[in-house]
Design a protein around this ligand. Sequence first.
Ligand SMILES: Cc1cc2nc3c(=O)[nH]c(=O)nc-3n(C[C@H](O)[C@H](O)[C@H](O)COP(=O)(O)OP(=O)(O)OC[C@H]3O[C@@H](n4cnc5c(N)ncnc54)[C@H](O)[C@@H]3O)c2cc1C
Length: 382
Amino acid sequence: MENTKFSYAIIGGGLSGLQLALAFHENPFFKEKKIVILEPNEKKANDKTWCYWEKGKGKWDHLNAYQWHKGEVISKDNEQINLAMNGYVYKMVKSIDFYSYAKEKLKTNPNIFWIQEACEKVDQQKHLFKIKTPKKQIEAEYVFDSRIEKEALENKKYPAVSQHFKGWIIETKVAAFQEDVFRMMDFRLGHGKDCCFTYVLPFSKTEALIEFTFFNHKLETNESYDELIKEYIKRYLKIDSYTVKETEGGVIPMSSYPFHKANASNYIKIGTAGGWVKSSSGYSFKRTTEKVAQLVENIMAGRDLRHQLIKSKYLIYDRLFLSVLDRHNDLGNEVFMGMYLNNSAELIFDFLDEKTNFLQEVGIMNTFNKPLFIKAILKEYF
Ligand SMILES: Cc1cc2nc3c(=O)[nH]c(=O)nc-3n(C[C@H](O)[C@H](O)[C@H](O)COP(=O)(O)OP(=O)(O)OC[C@H]3O[C@@H](n4cnc5c(N)ncnc54)[C@H](O)[C@@H]3O)c2cc1C
């Protein structure tokens, strides 16, 4: 008989859906639970690389393609800051490695099922959800949904910008990169008054990813990103001869839209759709692991699934930061530079990981352009 009734339905087998499925698979509590993953895509392409920072050993180290123990930020006036990482390591996972690992593990579990179709509709009927795909209708007690609501992307009420970028992986014939140092942000090459920077991840002395990134409202043409990358390589890396091995690009919505409002005790928006992408930075890989752990803990304790999933204090900080970027995009570079000049990378990483105390947060706020942030507070909350 075909399976149509499940304890848990995961809509979307991307980063958040697969991390959640792996957490169910690894935990004996879920051994007898029937789980279904709905994902139309085969996930066979390396469509992203995920970077994150972490102290010491971590859950995904076995998938790390590269790690860096040193980092730097360069101002538009060529002032170089060596990041005081204090134990933090910057790590990178290729999405294809993650998808392959997850699929390999999950297929050994007889209680995890895949439907290779898109979810069209989710309807709640009493304590059950009815989920429709083009060919199937299934039921689940709990739903974890990574579909992004259209309203969230179209919102005009909440401050938002897009993080959009294109990168080239280039190879040189002679040594051109310092392979143990990643460049978090280099503001030397500008683009009008936009908040933008170049990001460099060296993979060896002769190979690196060079990415040009904007935090603003208007996407660029492919040619425009290409010109900027080309200019950066020539002018700042002083490389004349190289081959482009791969390219990658993307858009990450950075929005203070209250994604979590769609959550209920047995229905949770996950990943970007649930606000798991930190709206002031665009990072979500490690946050996803933490949110998944919290969800699993909530289920095991029989709690409301929403318990401690979102920290409202940080929603306020993110909203203020986005308000500044949204309304004063031309000052974005200065705001970032001020943050890195006046705080250790360790403190900034702790803050972005939402692991700081109130005194540390006041300290960080003090290093920002105060009139700008006071204006943002007045605009957003009064
Ligand atoms: C190019 C790029 C690079 C990034 N780099 C980083 C980084 O370095 N570090 C970091 O922390 N974050 C990064 N991010 C941000 C974030 O980590 C990723 O976007 C991450 O993939 C978000 O996870 P997710 O599960 O929400 O979405 P996804 O991983 O995109 O997964 C969503 C899944 O849902 C499926 N789906 C969509 N509609 C349906 C439907 N109707 N029914 C069923 N399934 C559906 C999709 O096919 C997809 O597989 C990056 C984002 C992009 C776009």
